[in-house]
Design a protein around this ligand. Structure first.
Ligand SMILES: Nc1ncnc2c1ncn2[C@@H]1O[C@H](COP(=O)(O)OP(=O)(O)OP(=O)(O)O)[C@@H](O)[C@H]1O
Length: 481
């Protein structure tokens, strides 16, 4: 089908998107283009609707954000395109999803459990989403290994809370079914369980390209089983699950309380274990706390190794942010990373959310990522989830750290033992509270705002080169966060 007006400018759907991207590149600032638009790929066309693959749900907003520019490009290039829709790898019917189809999804996806939807340049014009075709239904039916390309061991930051889980995952990936079988990873929301699980799949595949890996959530396993029972397809279901080399089953807690699913999983587990195939399981709780789990399954989960993942400490959070920023090809200054890490205290997914927001914000406004932009952009985000850090709390923590009285921080004493802690406390007050410079000055015994500014600049400069100072500041931030 031609997407262009005349034979001399025949445009295939694929190069229609390439041409639109080319036009956008001229209009959008470089960082935004590289962050948001370049990673997109043409997927398929349906009539005059282009479907464009995006790496993750976080890219959905580009449909809105660049709607006018995309429309302008379509008009200028006189393309016969009515609508552009953005789909993630999970929603894209062209994604190879079965082992037979080639296994892995070609583009990264943020969350394998992300809600399924697509965003459209012209939501009204494209019509309601179409019912899945027989072909698509077949794909859904055959869902097998779908590994997020970003969830690799090398992208996983090791910290005290996850190092054991990481080591166990690596051992399993290096010696499937010989190290720990099953490997049972558990921990809170967004702690990296799925990431480690996918990393095992990638690593096994890297070492043995013929290995068949299947990743499935407890929910999907349940749904597939229900459908198999309903349509009398249990033989196919069993064949599919019992012939893999590595079964990665995420969020197993979903099957607790579901008798028939547990029964089926019990037999799947036995069949795989007996044939020396590796099973990796994740859960939000350890087996003994899965109240409605069949005892037979619980005891099998305990055959191998059960490891928990604890929330990351401040340093790990900073390292995660820097790694994520690096993969987005964005420079994240250390003070900004510290600010985000010490203020976003929930889970790593939230941390990533804050970073993506920051990157989007800076590219949208065409400004650099600095502490000031981070404070402005993440204000609402942070306010809703953190308790307020006060200057008094900062003074108390700093005084304790340096073994001095709080009142000394406010005195007119310019000895080095007092000046340095005071400057650090002022610096923290600027970073961790919303107090203005005059307000900070007032709370430190009536210092002029230019003195405060000078102190902050000095610490900011020194902590880049002085490791001991930097570690003291990190420690204080951690105490306060
Ligand atoms: N140590 C880490 N290093 C790098 N990225 C991490 C780390 N821990 C978590 N993440 C990232 O945080 C996000 C959430 O992680 P993941 O989906 O693996 O969490 P989860 O424990 O499976 O959560 P849930 O129980 O909600 O499914 C992912 O993007 C993952 O890459």
């Amino acid at each position: 089908m031609s997407f262009g007006p005349t034979a001399s400018t025949v445009t295939t759907p694929q190069n229609a998107w390439t041409r639109i991207l080319g036009a956008l590149e001229m209009k959008v600032n470089r960082q935004s283009f590289h962050t948001w638009l370049k990673p997109t790929r043409f997927s398929h066309a349906n009539g005059r609707t282009l479907y464009v693959r995006i790496p993750s749900q976080q890219f959905q907003h580009i449909g809105d954000r660049y709607a006018d520019l995309i429309q302008e490009a379509i008009d200028n290039l006189t393309l016969e395109v009515d609508d552009v829709r953005f789909v993630t790898v999970e929603d894209d019917p062209t994604t190879p999803k079965t082992r037979e189809d080639g296994g892995f999804a070609p583009l990264p996806s943020h969350s394998p459990n992300a809600p399924q939807n697509s965003s459209s340049l012209a939501p009204g014009r494209g019509g309601a989403p179409q019912a899945p075709s027989a072909e698509q239904a077949r794909f859904d039916w055959n869902t097998a290994a779908q590994l997020n390309q970003r969830y690799l061991f090398e992208n996983f930051v090791i910290g005290s809370g996850n190092q054991f889980a990481h080591a166990a995952a690596q051992a399993v990936a290096e010696r499937p079914s010989k190290a720990y079988n099953p490997l049972f990873l558990y921990g809170g929301v967004g702690m990296g369980k799925t990431h480690l699980m996918h990393a095992i799949g990638h690593e096994v595949k890297r070492r043995n390209p013929h290995a068949s890996i299947m990743y499935v959530s407890g929910e999907k396993f349940t749904n597939e089983m229900i459908n198999s029972v309903r349509y009398d397809k249990m033989t196919g279901f069993r064949d599919r699950y019992r012939t893999v080399d590595v079964l990665l089953i995420d969020d197993i807690q979903f099957i607790s309380g579901k008798e028939r699913t547990q029964e089926e999983f019990f037999h799947t587990f036995n069949a795989l274990h007996e044939s020396m195939k590796q099973i990796v399981i994740t859960s939000d709780r350890p087996p003994k706390e899965l109240a409605e789990l069949d005892d037979r399954l619980r005891s099998r989960f305990e055959w191998g190794l059960i490891v928990d993942i604890q929330p990351p400490d401040l340093e790990t959070k900073v390292a995660i942010l820097q790694k994520k920023a690096e993969s987005e090809r964005v420079t994240l200054p250390t003070d900004v990373a510290m600010f985000v890490a010490s203020n976003v205290r929930t889970n790593v997914r939230e941390l990533e959310g804050a970073l993506i927001r920051l990157i989007a914000w800076s590219s949208l406004h065409g400004v650099e990522i600095t502490l000031a932009t981070a404070q402005q952009c993440l204000k609402q985000f942070i306010d809703t989830q953190t308790r307020k850090i006060t200057i008094e709390a900062i003074q108390k923590a700093t005084a304790e750290q340096f073994g001095m009285k709080i009142s000394e921080l406010k005195q007119k004493n310019n000895s080095r033992q007092i000046v340095v802690p005071r400057q650090i406390a002022m610096y923290l007050a600027k970073q961790m509270t919303e107090a203005s410079l005059p307000e900070i000055g007032r709370q430190f015994g009536g210092k002029h705002h230019t003195t405060v500014m000078h102190s902050i600049a000095k610490i900011d400069e020194q902590r880049r080169t002085d490791k001991a100072l930097s570690s003291t500041i990190n420690k204080l931030m951690e105490t306060l966060a």
